[in-house]
Design a protein around this ligand. Structure first.
Ligand code: ZN
Length: 418
């Protein structure tokens, strides 16, 4: 078999057929497996064997023989990183709005003045498929170079049947070309399109009766998302969207409690949603709802930072209730122009007080759970996808410490070196 190895990692032996495909030995495994004790679930001086795109086995002694054996040279291996909240595909940019915000205008004021999401909707509708694809590909490449192997991609800047589906199809095309798993999310209930000005219920009718059924029929969406907010949609409207999603067997999630407390998290929990995202204004007394529904709390420090938000998400209450906390980029042109999950990891520590271990679990174990992939990705365990990242570091905390100091020395996706 021919594999191109990065300079630092070369096979030491190549044996015959009829055995495991690959063995990587002389590594420290950051398993993050909750069934392993100790910080980060680390297995020191270990090996991991891969077969047919999966982790076949891992351990510290008696490594099996494999067709190809790789000497990891004492480096660390983590699960491939997962960005579980990402608006990757959009047209135009919002640099002008950035200037307005620096002059002191609020997100709500800019939205009411026709800026914000509405300006990106216009630019996205006007852009060709090729222009949208190319711009998204460059953002995606930046994430992949950091060790990201799974990315969520939301629609939400099309806001019509035609353009919402178009964006999801572009997401599917990216997944065919790049070495990444893409989880697609229909976010038609992101903002009110201009042609429905003053008629938000009529737009929700379109979302429920046409856009969700069409996305489900074409298999374009893995999940349905909403923006439950004063500048988005009311809890009653979001409930209708969730009922439609449920009728089409699609799971749900929500942008909730970002700018105010409308009870969106409770609503997502009622529908056993995958995640509640942002949640700066979530009240501590509402946190137990998330425990009973198994919903992940997705923290988005990039938006918190960009909006100079001061209201902190209820981190301690989430910890005490053992709600899994994920961390994501929220990559978008307005409030989180941040194509770096590693920066979000650092921000989650600095701005929200997460430990480096919580931050790393937030972009792997819990981020995978937030995409319904918790039984396949996000930890190193037998039978899980062989999405691995090799790091030349001396401790896992280096992945959250600093920014851009450490890059992957090798990345495998489904057992293939990329
Ligand atoms: Zn978002």
């Amino acid at each position: 078999m021919s594999i191109i190895f990065p300079l630092a990692v070369r096979p030491v032996t190549v044996k015959g057929r009829n055995m495991l495909e690959q063995l990587i030995e002389n590594v420290h495994l950051i398993t993050l497996d909750p069934e392993r004790e100790g910080a980060y679930g680390v297995l020191e001086n270990a090996w991991v064997s891969l077969h047919e795109g999966k982790i076949h086995s891992l351990g510290q002694s008696q490594a099996p023989e494999a067709e190809v054996t790789v000497d990891g040279q004492g480096q660390f291996i983590s699960p491939g990183l997962v960005d579980c909240h990402n608006h990757l595909i959009w047209g135009g940019n919002r640099a002008e709005e950035f200037e307005w915000r620096l002059q002191g205008r609020s997100y709500q004021e800019i939205a009411q003045a026709g800026g914000g999401i509405a300006s990106t909707v216009k630019a996205t509708r006007e852009a060709s498929d090729e222009v949208l694809y190319q711009a998204a590909a460059e953002r995606l490449q930046a994430l992949l170079e950091e060790g990201v192997t799974t990315v969520e991609v939301k629609s939400g800047y099309g806001l019509s049947l035609e353009h919402e589906l178009r964006v999801l199809r572009i997401a599917k095309q990216l997944a065919k070309v790049f070495p990444v798993h893409i989880s697609t999310t229909l976010l038609a209930a992101h903002a009110l399109p201009p042609e429905f000005n003053g008629e938000s219920d009529a737009y929700i009718d379109l979302v429920c009766q046409e856009i969700i059924p069409a996305a489900a029929r074409e298999g374009l969406a893995d999940c349905v998302d909403v923006f439950c907010e004063g500048v988005g949609f009311s809890p009653e409207q979001c409930r209708r969207v969730f009922e439609s999603a449920q009728a089409h067997s699609l799971p749900v999630k929500g942008h909730v409690e970002q700018l105010s407390d409308l009870g969106g998290a409770k609503l997502v929990a009622e529908f056993n949603g995958w995640s509640v995202d942002h949640i700066e204004y979530l009240q501590a007394e509402d946190v137990p709802h998330l425990t009973s529904s198994g919903t992940v709390a997705v923290l988005l420090p990039g938006a918190f930072y960009s909006l100079k938000e001061t209201q902190m998400p209820p981190i301690q209450a989430l910890r005490e209730a053992a709600v899994p906390m994920a961390v994501a980029t929220d990559l978008n042109p307005g409030t989180s122009p941040l194509a770096s999950l590693r920066l979000a990891m650092n921000q989650a520590c600095v701005l929200f007080g997460l430990t480096p271990e919580e931050s790393l679990r937030g972009v792997s174990q819990y981020a995978a759970q937030a995409l319904g992939l918790g039984e396949q990705k996000g930890i190193l365990r037998e039978g899980f996808d062989a999405d691995l990242v090799m790091w030349n570091i001396s401790h896992p905390s280096e992945l959250s410490y600093g920014f851009n100091l450490v890059k992957p020395s090798a990345i495998l996706r489904n057992g293939v070196w990329v």
